[in-house]
Write a protein that binds this ligand. Structure first.
Ligand SMILES: [Zn+2]
Length: 246
C-alpha cells in the first residue's frame, strides 16, 4: 500500500503538469543573446591591423553592446595573463572621474584594450596631453576620444564657482574657458540650469579636442597624416549611450 502510494504520487504530479501545460499558451521564445567570446587580448599584430576609423567603430560597437546589454564574454584573468608581457591598446579615452563613466565598461572593453586617463571634468591640461602623446606616439593607440558626460558634478561645480579644499578650485578653473565660451542668452548660468550645464559640458569637450591639437605638434601631425583620429563624445548617464562628435 505504502509502496503503491509512492509510485503513484509522481505519476499524478506528471499528469497534473501535463494537464496544466496543455492549458498554457506556448511560451514565447526569447531572442537568442549573442554569446560573443572576446579575443583574449590585443597583440602587436591586432593593434597594427586596426585603422583609426576601425578603432572608432570598435568603440561605437562596444557602446552599442553596453547599451543593449549584450556585452562580450571576457575571461579577465586570461586577459591579465595574456597582457602580462606587454600591452597594445587601440584607443585612449580622456574621461571624467564620474563613477558612471568608466570607459572600459561603457565601451565594453577588457584588459589591455584602452588607455583611460581620467580627471574631474575631462579637460585636457598639459599632463593629460603628455599622457596622450605617450598613448599614441609611443604605444600606438589609434584613436583619442575626449568623453564628456551629462550631469557632470565637476562642470556644475565650475558653473557655481565652488570653493572647496585647497586644490579643487584650481582643477575646476580648467573648465572655466568652456563656461566663458557659452554665449549668455539671459538664462541662469549655474548648476540649476540643466541646459546651460550641458552646453558647458559640450563646449568643454570641443575645447579639449582643440587644445590637444593646438598643444601637441606630435598628435596634430599624426592626425593630419591619418595615423590617428582625435574626436569628442558625450555620454548620457541616463541611458549609457555615447554620441560621438566628429
Ligand atoms: Zn564628470
Amino acid at each position: 500500500m505504502r509502496v503503491k502510494a509512492l509510485v503513484g504520487f509522481p505519476t499524478l504530479v506528471l499528469m497534473l503538469f501535463v494537464a496544466a501545460s496543455a492549458q498554457q499558451p506556448a511560451p514565447v521564445k526569447a531572442p537568442a543573446r549573442p554569446q560573443v567570446v572576446a579575443a583574449i587580448a590585443q597583440t602587436k599584430e591586432t593593434q597594427a591591423a586596426i585603422t583609426p576609423q576601425m578603432a572608432l567603430q570598435m568603440l561605437k560597437d562596444g557602446n552599442e553592446r553596453f547599451v543593449s546589454g549584450t556585452m562580450k564574454k571576457r575571461d579577465l584573468t586570461k586577459q591579465v595573463k595574456a597582457t602580462s608581457t606587454g600591452q597594445f591598446p587601440f584607443a585612449t579615452i580622456v574621461g571624467c572621474m564620474d563613477s558612471r563613466a568608466a570607459p572600459e565598461l561603457i565601451f565594453d572593453q577588457g584588459i589591455g584594450d584602452v588607455f583611460s586617463p581620467r580627471v574631474a571634468g575631462n579637460f585636457a591640461n598639459d599632463d593629460i596631453i603628455g599622457s596622450l602623446e605617450y598613448g599614441s606616439g609611443a604605444m600606438g593607440a589609434r584613436v583619442i576620444v575626449v568623453l564628456g558626460h551629462s550631469d557632470c558634478g565637476a562642470i556644475k561645480g565650475a558653473c557655481d564657482n565652488v570653493k572647496l579644499g585647497d586644490l579643487l578650485p584650481a582643477t575646476l578653473a580648467s573648465i572655466k574657458p568652456a563656461i566663458d565660451a557659452v554665449p549668455n542668452d539671459g538664462s541662469p548660468r549655474n548648476s540649476k540650469n540643466y541646459a546651460f550645464v550641458q552646453r558647458v559640458a559640450d563646449k568643454n569637450v570641443t575645447l579639449a579636442v582643440k587644445r590637444i591639437r593646438d598643444k601637441s605638434s606630435l598628435l596634430r601631425g599624426m592626425a593630419d597624416k591619418g595615423e590617428i583620429k582625435i574626436v569628442g563624445a558625450m555620454l548620457d548617464v541616463k541611458t549609457g549611450k555615447v554620441t560621438f562628435v566628429e
